[in-house]
Design a protein around this ligand. Structure first.
Ligand code: OGA
Ligand code: NI
Length: 365
């Protein structure tokens, strides 16, 4: 889609809105009733599993990881090997970037319909509701997807720290994918071998406080178009929510220096739906801002994907077609964030009731 064809209308910068001390929220942020944070039940007492990476692939921990993948598609990892100082430094610099004056941040503009730079991704029309969030998104690996002009030169050290951080997270993604393969009875190198020179991108999300948090969404519900995603969130407050199998939204409570990991669409396709990419969203807060640094790790664009033969049986017939991952990626970034809708691109005859990933027996409360 050429940027010139896209009309997105007035898109305010939510930090600037917040700075004006507003007490009401512009219409474009106000969600329809069933799309509000309390539109579905929120189950605040549930917790996603916490996995000790240092214990993997020992039996008990591997079983725990398998269960986390099957039941949640989401887990937190501790003992992940990344220095806490580096996590702290990345968080500090990301926060400093968002605190810069708007004019400074706009030196790295995201084009309408674009996916890299500072601005609003996934906005494609003038009547689309907007998320209460500012974003800085950057391609990291391979070098061919980098747009160095969009890498902030301020605050000092941002680029170097992002580089060091991304190298560490890349290693962790490889390790996690090896263990995830083991939980499926596959050779540890299965995904690594298949993915080629994996694509890695980072998105930093900043959610300022909102005077009417119950009416807006920080980030619309979606599944990630990656194989795995690694999310670092600050300790200020919970905001990320995961759709449980029963249909309720479960908040991901921050654990100090843990990283949140989720399975993306690629793994759902490769496992023929044995593991699912799970819907998630971010809600915002009336008093506190919130920051997340999110790494998406996916196959190289030229990789062909489809269910692995191990997962296609008489009982579990093939549910996804074969496709080129680059094509899927393009489809993903040119579509609105809307539950699991983007994965329909790959689905063969979605069974009745599975449209948009909603659970058939679930009712809104
Ligand atoms: C994402 C995402 C959630 C958050 O960026 O894909 O799901 O808490 N972010 O920022
Ligand atoms: Ni996400």
């Amino acid at each position: 889609m050429a940027a010139a064809e896209i009309k997105v209308g007035q898109v305010d910068d939510v930090q600037e809105l917040h700075r004006t001390g507003l007490t009401t929220v512009p219409d474009r942020y106000i969600r329809d009733g069933d799309d509000r944070p309390d539109g579905d039940s929120v189950f605040a007492l549930a917790h996603i599993p916490v996995i000790d990476v240092g214990e993997l692939p020992r039996g008990d921990e591997l079983d725990k990881l398998r269960l986390a993948c099957e039941e949640w598609g989401f887990f937190q990892v501790v003992n992940h090997g990344i220095a806490h100082e580096l996590l702290d430094e990345m968080e500090k610099l990301a926060r400093e970037f968002f605190m810069l004056p708007l004019g400074e941040k706009e030196k790295y503009p995201m084009a309408p319909g674009g996916i890299q730079g500072y601005g609003h991704a996934f906005v494609f029309s003038e009547d689309q509701k907007l998320d209460w969030c500012n974003m800085l998104a950057l391609g990291v690996e391979p070098a061919s997807i980098r747009q160095p002009k969009l890498w902030p030169t301020s605050p000092a050290g941002f680029r170097e720290t992002l580089e060091a951080y991304s190298a560490e997270v890349r290693t962790l993604c490889g390790t996690l994918l090896a263990h995830i393969a083991e939980t499926l009875g596959l050779a540890p190198a299965t995904f690594g071998d298949m993915f080629g020179e994996a694509v890695q991108a980072v998105r930093m999300n900043f959610y300022p406080p909102c005077p009417r948090p119950e009416l807006v969404m920080g980030l619309s519900a979606h599944s990630d178009g990656s194989a795995v995603t690694v999310l670092q969130q600050d300790m200020s407050c919970a905001g990320l929510q995961v759709r449980s199998k029963a249909g309720a939204w479960v908040p991901v409570h921050p654990v100090p220096h843990a990283l949140v990991v989720n399975l993306g669409d690629t793994l759902e396709v490769l496992t023929n739906g044995r593991y699912k990419s799970v819907e998630h969203r971010a809600v915002v807060n009336g008093e506190q801002d919130r920051l997340s640094v999110v790494t998406f790790y996916a196959p190289a664009y030229d990789v062909e994907l489809g269910p692995l033969p191990e997962f296609v049986t008489d009982e579990t017939p093939c549910r996804y077609r074969r496709f080129n991952h680059g094509e899927y990626s393009r489809h993903y970034v040119t579509s609105r964030l809307e539950g699991k809708k983007t994965l329909e691109f790959a689905k063969i005859n979605p069974p009745a009731g599975e449209h948009n990933g909603t659970v058939p027996e679930q009712t809104s409360t």
